[in-house]
Design a protein around this ligand. Structure first.
Ligand code: ATP
Length: 591
């Protein structure tokens, strides 16, 4: 079975330990028949046998020996069981550790499409609960199955050795138990798949609520969120109850059939003792070991439950484990070249699934040029710039960087040559210094400060209690929108990339600060091609070229003056933004 093969693969490094644990389980379980055997001898020779009085008087040494043997084997079994459990725990914990790293790397290596499709809560469930279920299966389920099976087999063999007919009477109960267990397993399996899905939905709602708690509070939507959580919680709870109810449907049958072993033993075994077919000692041995037949039957339901949970979880993990990103970064570039920074879009069409959002885009950016992109919201600006670092692949056409199709470039090298400040600013829970130096952790402090100053961030950072060592909260909590944007800009510039992409990076800063940033961008002391998405004419005016996007098509292209002269979309935006402040279309922004 593929899932078990996968488990085996991931046990690499601990396979010997795990096999040792399995062997110890077999040995330890086989030893369970020793004490009933000793008990049988004690009963037959010293309690109920015809020579019992004589033996008690003359063979006390043997009795003491058998008693000590019983104690010794009990201690040995306890010791073995302790050592075996230790091996199971160690090997399964080590496997858990490895799979977790592996899974994390897999998730980390996925492309943007994967993150578009998968919910964070679901991925978190895979990284936590599902992995732990797999560990549980190695450390408990497989162990229980092996031990139950060995105890059952050892008891049956021993019983056959004592009396085959009585054993067959007892075994008559096994087929109905297996049939009941089989029907139960078939019924409960889809329920665990559903249960797992509902758990993931519950985690997703919880995660989104915590991550978005500010929005929730701002809109006073706590009751709605509580209701949403409640609904998912009820769904999950119902799925749990439904699975438990199915178990309860079958549990009485399994329990009664398991109890049946004792009844059969009493009736048939008792009869056999009365007619002298078996001795009291042998009957005692049956009694002492009958749990070896009934217990595995009793726990069969629990084992089936856990096995179904295991399959539901392991298939979710394996989904991640074997999913191959369409755009994979192999991280195998030894020497990263520095690009000149030319960019070319050749008849580019781009789709999200089946929705085309960019149509036949053509433009060229020479090294060192600054190109601004403007357009209505949803016109495709972010989608367009996402194609340059190859966050997504084109559907048709080509995107070239330095004359080479980005699909033929090593991703590490390509992305290492591009600094991006995304629209949705994300800062890590780290110091401001750590956030700015994210792309180059060895950057000297003076450099960090230099780029912070270029991004007009140095002054406000200096006023913070611990300056550059101030820890910002998750996603940059504690900073204003404009402050976050400036740190993100400093972070993008700090890698001194030959291509800098800024997606609406100065939308939340005031005009004066923006002017400072514009000046810094113009005067960067390294060669750099800049692609700047902006809504303000004040940002785009000084670009070498401006592209206007509308519904995924370039509808205007030219310099500020050329576009104003065209009296099209750009002109309208200009007029709208400058109405009332008396600026003349022709005079503004001319270099
Ligand atoms: N990950 C995605 N999956 C599916 N569709 C998407 C995705 N991201 C964007 N879109 C769609 O693609 C179109 C272009 O979106 P895009 O974000 O590129 O526009 P934009 O011009 O950058 O908008 P804005 O100015 O609001 O940021 C929109 O219709 C949007 O709904």
């Amino acid at each position: 079975m593929f899932q078990l093969k996968w488990l085996w693969q991931n046990l690499k490094g601990d396979r010997t330990r795990y096999i040792l644990a399995l062997c110890l389980s077999v040995v330890g379980s086989s030893l369970t028949i020793i004490n009933p055997y000793i008990g049988q001898r004690i009963v037959d020779q010293f309690i109920a046998g015809s020579d019992a009085v004589y033996n008690l008087a003359h063979k006390r040494g043997l009795l003491v020996g058998l008693g000590l043997g019983m104690i010794g084997f009990s201690l040995l079994r306890t010791g073995l069981s302790y050592f075996t459990t230790l091996q199971y725990e160690r090997s399964s914990q080590n496997m858990l550790f490895r799979v977790r790293i592996n899974l994390y790397n897999k998730i980390q290596g996925q492309d943007m499409k994967y993150y578009d499709r998968n919910r964070t809560g679901d991925l978190m469930t895979r990284m936590t609960g599902d992995i732990d279920m797999v560990r549980h299966s190695l450390a408990w389920i497989i162990k229980t199955i092996i031990e139950s099976f060995v105890v059952f087999a050892a008891a049956v063999v021993y019983f056959f050795f004592i009396d085959a007919e009585l054993t067959l009477w007892l075994l008559l109960l096994s087929p109905p138990i297996f049939i009941v267990a089989f029907i139960f397993a078939r019924r409960v399996r889809p329920m665990y798949v559903e249960l797992r899905e509902r758990l993931s939905q519950l985690n997703t709602v919880t995660q989104e609520n915590i991550a978005g708690n500010r929005v929730v509070k701002a809109f006073a939507r706590e009751p709605y969120e509580i209701e949403k959580f409640h609904e998912k919680n009820v769904h999950y709870s119902q799925a749990n109850k439904a699975a438990a109810m199915v178990w309860l449907d079958y549990f009485p049958y399994l329990e009664i059939l398991s109890q049946g072993f004792n009844v059969v033993l009493m009736l048939v075994g008792g009869l056999f003792v009365m007619n002298g077919r078996i001795t009291f000692g042998e009957f005692a041995a049956f009694s002492a070991l009958i749990w070896g037949l009934s217990n595995p039957m009793r726990s069969i339901g629990i084992i089936i439950n856990d096995i179904q949970r295991f399959f539901a979880s392991v298939s979710k993990i394996m989904d991640v484990y074997y999913s191959q990103p369409e755009i994979a970064n192999h991280h195998n570039v030894e020497v990263k070249r520095r690009y000149q920074g030319s960019i070319q879009f050749e008849h580019v069409t781009f789709k999200y699934d089946n929705v085309t959002v960019l149509h036949d885009i053509n433009f060229t950016v020479a090294p060192g040029e600054t190109v601004a992109i403007m357009g209505a919201t949803g016109s495709g600006k972010t989608s367009l710039i996402n194609l340059i670092p190859r966050f997504y692949d084109v559907a048709k056409g080509r995107v070239l960087v330095d004359g080479t199709d980005v699909r033929k470039l090593e991703l590490d090298e390509l992305r290492g040559n591009i600094g991006v400040a995304t629209q949705d600013v994300l800062l890590f829970s780290d110091t401001i210094d750590g956030n700015i130096a994210y792309g180059n952790p060895d950057m000297p402090e003076a450099e960090v400060e230099k780029f912070a100053a270029l991004a007009a961030a140095h002054d406000f950072i200096g006023k913070m209690p611990e300056g550059y060592n101030t820890i910002v909260g998750e996603r940059g909590v504690g900073l204003s929108g404009g402050q976050k944007q400036r740190i993100a800009l400093a972070r993008a510039m700090a890698v001194q990339p030959p291509i800098l992409i800024l997606d609406d990076t100065t939308s939340a800063v005031d005009l004066e600060t923006e002017e400072h940033i514009q000046k810094s961008l113009r005067e960067l002391d390294f060669p750099c091609t800049k692609i700047i998405i902006a809504q303000r004419v004040s940002t785009t005016a000084e670009a070498d070229r401006i592209l206007i996007l509308d519904n995924g098509r370039i509808i205007e292209e030219g310099t500020h003056a050329e576009l104003l002269a065209k009296r099209g979309y750009y002109y309208d935006v200009f007029m709208l933004q400058n109405e009332g402040i008396g600026r003349e279309a022709s005079a503004y922004g001319q270099k």
